[in-house]
Design a protein around this ligand. Structure first.
Ligand SMILES: *Cc1c(COP(=O)(O)O)cnc(C)c1O
Length: 349
């Protein structure tokens, strides 16, 4: 067993165990965990100072998860966009392969929290063959995203097997891995893993830091190892009430990410997922955060703020309302709030 596998096996998965470290009422939270399983790595647990701090809120079960709300178990209609079990194909040129059904730490706000572990949701050997056939027979697919669960909870060999198969498909240009391992199980990023990954370039890794407290010595090192293997690193932050719904916190997070060679890619508005309503913020909050980034800090530290539309209609980037038009003149608001006139092209359509 590798060191990361041992670390994973030592994760906290029961409330009685969690109660040894954090003040919780196992009886009160029992029904929550019966519905949505608990898993926290020792490392991620070590970052928690208080139950309700930005780390604790992301991983400690909460009664609010059982609130009867109108939210959906599959708001993005991923089920309807699944031609082969474990493959989501929504956009013309890229598809998502759900290669793993587990994560090192189960986020309470997960967009797939109602699917995790669900039958047929994730790929097995048979569906992997079918998914590879599907990709092979569709030349329009130029990018495959390995997700899950966490794509890096495959063993090195399982992962390499998939990468080998993908690289045999001539029209496939880009492989992207989605993983929270650098944040929740940094031990997973080993030199052996990096040596394997760099054989399959161009390969990108998108991770998910949600708070500056997650940028530690350990997570910094794991990102450095991936970056040193020539892997461009991106970050997808989820905008979470009580965790990072604050322009100062978000700006600090984005700036710190650049210092560890991770380029902010998206800030996600929470999806309308059953059991996660207590994490939702008004869209105005996201717009205010974006207004606090653009111009005030590096453009490299400024991601897109995206809303994934219900029904699988796709992601839309939203911006603060800063354009007005009068005839051929645009009035644009800059980062200082000044309205500046801009003459539009006469030649355009
Ligand atoms: C988010 C998503 C992607 C990737 O979208 P990008 O904007 O390229 O990051 C692809 N497929 C599905 C189904 C998605 O939800």
């Amino acid at each position: 067993m590798e060191r990361w596998q041992r670390a994973l096996s030592e994760s906290i998965t029961s409330l009685s165990e969690l109660a040894r470290y954090i003040q919780i009422d196992p009886k009160l939270l029992g029904p929550v965990v019966a519905r949505y399983p608990l898993r926290i790595t020792r490392y991620y647990l070590s970052l928690i100072r208080e139950r309700d701090d930005p780390i604790g809120r992301q991983c400690i079960p909460d009664r609010c998860e059982l609130e009867e709300d109108i939210l959906s178990i599959d708001p993005l209609n991923e089920g309807g966009l699944t031609p082969v079990p474990g493959l989501i194909h929504r956009y013309p040129d890229r598809a998502v392969l759900l290669v793993s059904s587990v994560c090192p730490t189960l986020c309470r706000f997960c967009t797939r929290k109602n699917r995790a572990g669900g039958e047929g949701s994730f790929i097995n050997q048979n569906s992997l063959e079918a998914a590879l056939e599907y990709i092979k027979s569709r030349p329009a697919i130029r990018e495959v995203i390995l997700s899950g669960g966490d794509s890096l909870l495959l063993t090195d060999d399982e992962l390499e097997n998939i990468l080998i198969r993908l690289r045999k498909i001539p029209h496939l240009e880009i492989v992207r891995l989605h993983t929270r391992a650098p944040v929740t199980l940094p031990e997973r990023i080993t030199f052996r893993l990096c040596r394997i990954l760099k054989r399959y370039h161009p390969l990108y890794v998108n991770t998910q830091f949600n708070h500056p407290l997650e940028i530690t010595h350990e997570s910094t090192k794991s990102c450095a190892m991936l970056a040193d293997a020539g892997i461009p690193l991106g970050n997808q932050t989820v905008l979470l009430r009580g965790v990072n719904d604050d322009p100062k916190v978000m700006k600090q997070l984005m700036q710190k990410l650049l210092t560890i060679r991770v380029r902010p890619y998206y800030i996600h508005q929470m999806d309308l997922v059953k059991g996660t309503g207590h994490f939702r913020t008004p869209v105005q909050k996201g717009l205010t955060i974006m207004a606090g980034l653009r111009g005030h800090t590096s453009g490299m530290a400024t991601p897109s703020y995206v809303i994934d539309l219900p029904g699988g209609k796709g992601k839309v980037a939203v911006l603060p309302d800063d354009v007005r038009r009068q005839g051929k003149t645009l009035f644009l608001r800059n980062y200082l709030g000044e309205i500046i006139e801009y003459p539009d092209s006469e030649g355009g359509l």
